[in-house]
Design a protein around this ligand. Structure first.
Ligand SMILES: CC(C)(COP(=O)(O)OP(=O)(O)OC[C@H]1O[C@@H](n2cnc3c(N)ncnc32)[C@H](O)[C@@H]1OP(=O)(O)O)[C@@H](O)C(=O)NCCC(=O)NCCS
Length: 171
């Protein structure tokens, strides 16, 4: 494959399914507080990694986390539980993309899977020198993907308004 063909391959629009990722962890004592419950910070770290996987797969370049929206931890997670994280790119803007990460806890003894958290992260694509680079568009194909795609535009407006408000408070 020559240089132009390779570039065309890397910059083509990609369907959401090509970057959708799944990550699984077994919660160990080192991930937990003295009551054997998973630390919120550890889960945030896993959410960041799961989100980055989808962002890298989609953009085929380096990325940095620009922001993570509000996070709720809905149910406790215990040592020995499995944590399953699924991520996908919801929408690309220019150099940034919104990635959604959904987290479940699975207890194999109780044959139970519960929703723990959902997060929206914004990643910005950069080159090896740290310069921002354009990201190829993402193509939503399913009804859920189109719903997330539309929602991402609304969330971006909210983020921008919030960011402007915070700037005003700081000045
Ligand atoms: C994120 C970062 C690259 C943005 O750089 P910047 O020069 O302020 O960027 P710009 O204002 O030109 O915005 C670039 C893009 O990032 C988006 N962006 C910037 N800050 C953002 C934020 N807080 N939340 C969401 N998106 C953000 C902009 O909307 C823009 O998107 P677009 O190109 O798709 O339109 C820069 O702030 C940075 O490097 N931060 C540190 C990132 C990092 O190290 N993360 C790891 C945790 S420490």
């Amino acid at each position: 494959m020559n240089h132009d063909e390779n570039k065309a391959k890397l910059t083509r629009p990609r369907p959401v399914r090509e970057s959708a990722s799944e990550m699984s962890e077994i919660v160990l004592p080192n991930d937990a507080n003295p009551l054997n419950a998973l630390l919120g910070g550890r889960l945030m770290h896993w959410i960041d990694l799961a989100g980055a996987m989808a962002a890298h797969r989609h953009s085929r370049t380096y990325v940095v986390t620009a922001s993570i929206d509000h996070l709720d931890f809905l149910v406790p997670v215990r040592v020995g539980d499995f944590v399953i994280l699924r991520s996908s790119v919801n929408r690309v803007f220019h150099s940034s993309m919104e990635v959604g990460v959904k987290v479940w806890v699975e207890n194999y003894r109780a044959e139970e899977r519960r929703h723990v958290s959902s997060a929206y992260l914004t990643f910005v694509a950069i080159d090896a020198a740290g310069n921002k680079v354009a990201v190829p568009p993402v193509v939503p194909e399913t009804e859920d993907e189109r719903r997330r795609y539309d929602g991402a535009a609304r969330r971006r407006e909210i983020r921008r308004a919030e960011s402007a408000r915070r700037k005003e408070v700081r000045s």
